[in-house]
Design a protein around this ligand. Structure first.
Ligand code: PEP
Length: 248
């Protein structure tokens, strides 16, 4: 039985004031049937970690360095994330891949460093609109996944999470249909099954891409959709919580 996970990717949004309001709104929620995680900008991690003390809501980072320590200006290590209270880190988000040139190899190295540092990676995979229209979605997602499995080994996925995020659905208001999303999720699980059946059965595969309170229930009802990675809608506590409630 997989516990659903609803993770909020705040991206580069917020201020001290809005972070306070958002966390207070999320903390005020009644228990929901899903695990909740928020991923604030790195500069707010310690603050949000403190505010979440004693709460069931977990903390995640938006990235993690592929090195342990040293001359890597602008990067944050897994050990630092642990000290800030992080349980999770997003790796391979499509914005990192497309805007900052993160390759499959770099994503795999970041994933490895998260795992060895005791942080659960949330590995993002997804195709562009052009790739979907060319009919190569499954090949693209398989290549992104294989790069990490080949580098880290399938055992590194025991505590990991995968997020299927079609690039054309991120921040665009265009959402994959439940059938489109389920097909790719089932494909990802089948690919993992080819490596290790136990890992495939236990891993949570989240959908991400314009998920909101209006479309969440149908997506989350799919057999292989185990939660959501939420961008825009995670910046409003009522919307984020409404998505979490849609798990039930
Ligand atoms: C994301 O950035 O991971 C995401 C899913 O964004 P949005 O929900 O805004 O499409």
């Amino acid at each position: 039985m997989r516990t659903s996970l609803i993770a909020g990717n705040w991206k580069m949004n917020g201020s001290l004031q809005s972070v306070n309001e958002l966390i207070e709104g999320i903390r005020a929620a009644d228990a929901v049937g899903a695990e909740l995680v928020v991923c604030p900008p790195a500069v707010f991690l310690f603050k949000v970690g403190g505010m979440l003390d004693g709460s069931a809501v977990g903390l995640g980072a938006q990235n993690v360095c592929n090195h342990e320590a040293g001359a890597y200006t602008g990067e944050v290590s897994a050990a630092m994330l642990r000290e800030a209270g992080c349980r999770y880190a997003i790796v391979g988000h499509s914005e990192r891949r497309s805007l900052y040139g993160e390759t499959d190899q770099l994503v795999a190295e970041r994933f490895a460093m998260a795992v060895s540092g005791g942080i659960r990676p949330i590995l993002c995979l997804g195709e562009t609109l052009e790739q979907r229209e060319q009919g190569v979605t499954e090949q693209v997602v398989a290549a992104q996944l294989d790069a990490v499995v080949d580098h880290c080994g399938i055992e590194a996925f025991a505590e990991a999470v995968i997020a299927y995020e079609p690039v054309w659905a991120i921040g665009t208001g265009k959402v994959a249909t439940p059938e489109q999303a389920q097909a790719v999720h089932a494909c990802i699980r089948a690919l993992l099954e080819g490596r290790d059946a136990q890992v495939a059965a236990g891993i949570r595969i989240l959908y991400g891409g314009s998920m909101n309170p209006g479309n969440a229930a149908e997506l989350l009802a799919q057999a292989d959709i185990d939660g959501g990675l939420i961008g825009g809608a995670s910046l409003k506590a009522p919307d984020f919580l409404a998505i979490a409630q849609a798990v039930d």
